[in-house]
Design a protein. Structure first.
Length: 87
């Protein structure tokens, strides 16, 4: 079974870099540019893991995580950020 990842970030350049770096290990990678787009993809496909930026328009990465958990989705979720504030 192939591992399928979803990478969520509002910056296209960051998405491209992450996909390029992960592609040799994970040949099936989907992308979304915000939490709302990610929710749509997650509703119709199974992902083995989700990598998400925190700060995004429409729905933040933490809001996405909260929404997924409230629906019983326990897919491993990795949070990425470029902000230096630990909170």
């Amino acid at each position: 079974m192939n591992t399928k990842l979803l990478v969520v970030d509002d910056e296209e350049m960051i998405l491209d870099v992450l996909v390029a770096q992960l592609n040799s290990h994970y040949p099936q990678i989907d992308t979304a540019q915000n939490g709302m787009e990610a929710l749509q993809k997650i509703s119709s496909q199974h992902y083995h893991a989700i990598l998400s930026d925190i700060q995004m328009p429409k729905m933040t990465g933490l809001q996405l995580l909260k929404e997924l958990r409230s629906k019983g989705n326990s897919t491993p979720f990795i949070v990425l950020t470029a902000f230096g504030d630990k909170e």
